[in-house]
Design a protein around this ligand. Structure first.
Ligand code: UDP
Length: 313
């Protein structure tokens, strides 16, 4: 297959590039590098099945030759990033998705949208299943991401219904692993990097809000199984092992054997209080569920950040 991956130099996008190349596919990676980095794909430079194009997918996309799949992963994705880049976030979810799915129509390609658990907002149902419509504040600070992704889902399904495009929608819950930026502001890289430096771990609010964390290799496998399926409607992908942020902070401190303290800071506006994917649908139709334990995934991620420091020293 010949595959275009937008956001291919980002965290999930670059792991997807690796995976698709290993499966023997041709990969075109497109990224404007505003939050992605060539560091994530430099090991692929010169491979004959791999091509990188620095480009903003909110502009008209031209690709020569056939395409079998477009995997649309371009978007700022950490709360800090999308609050610093609100217009770009809205544009890539709306205009960017329009361009990418328009290209799919033009090429007769299939289309996968990287959506998010943020479409559920600060959820009033728990755990969140695909049938839940969400609780999103459209004009809150997170609205730029949440509404962009909700629009992206809407246009993806509209192209499916009205233009018969074969689409997939992955609702991706918190995912972590190597290649996250140490300072992207998300809780996993933040706590690891603070603990490694002996700095206090910044817990927002009272730390009783919950998340569950999926290791990147599990996520990539889930995405690939979704590609191979024939499910056009959204599928939750994530790890259902839920914990509070306080508990998570203690797991990180234990694994790093750090004596960092906890520093409580103000809770960001509209920060979801609870989040846990209901992955019944993914289990049933994809025969997928995460395999990597939190400890195993975190140790790999910690090693990645340790090496990053050693190389920079
Ligand atoms: N969080 C925290 N300290 C940090 C960064 C995040 O306590 O330094 C909390 C944040 O308030 C949220 C959770 O950790 O409740 C997960 O935040 P993240 O930014 O990783 O992603 P989100 O799930 O909110 O999209």
């Amino acid at each position: 297959m010949r595959v275009l991956i937008t956001g291919g130099a980002g965290f999930i996008g670059s792991h997807l590039c690796d995976f698709m190349l290993e499966k023997g596919h041709d990969v075109i990676c497109m990224d404007n590098l505003i939050t992605g980095s060539t560091d994530n794909i430099s090991h692929l430079a010169g491979k004959k099945n791999f091509k990188f194009i620095e480009y903003d997918v909110t502009e008209y996309i031209f690709i020569e030759g056939k395409l079998d799949w477009i995997l649309h992963f371009a978007s700022p994705a950490s709360p800090i990033d999308y609050m610093e880049l609100p217009i770009q976030t809205l544009k890539v979810g709306s205009l960017g998705t329009h361009k990418a799915i328009g290209l799919a129509k033009n090429k007769g390609a299939k289309f996968l949208l990287a959506s998010t658990s943020e479409v559920y907002g600060d959820p009033l149902e728990h755990p969140q299943s695909e049938n839940y419509w969400g609780n999103v504040n459209p004009i809150g600070p997170r609205g730029v991401y949440d509404e962009a992704k909700r629009f992206a889902e809407a246009i993806t399904i509209a192209y499916h219904r009205y233009h018969n495009i074969d689409v997939r929608i992955a609702r991706i819950f918190n995912t972590y692993g190597p290649r996250m930026r140490p300072y992207d502001g998300r809780v996993v890289p933040t706590f690891i990097n603070q603990a490694l430096r002996g700095e206090p771990l910044t817990v927002f609010g009272n730390g009783n809000q919950t998340r569950s964390f999926c290791y990147i290799s599990d996520m990539i496998e889930g995405i690939y199984k979704l590609i191979e399926s024939d499910e056009n409607y959204p599928v939750n992908l994530g790890n259902p092992e839920e914990m509070t942020i306080n508990q998570f902070a203690n797991v990180v401190l234990d694994l790093i054997d750090s004596d960092s303290k906890i520093l409580y800071k103000e809770l960001p506006v509209n920060d979801p209080q609870i989040r846990q994917p209901d992955i019944t649908k993914a289990k049933n139709i994809l025969n997928w569920e995460p395999k990597v334990s939190l400890k195993e995934g975190l140790l790999k991620t910690i090693n990645y950040f340790k090496k990053l420091y050693d190389n920079r020293k």
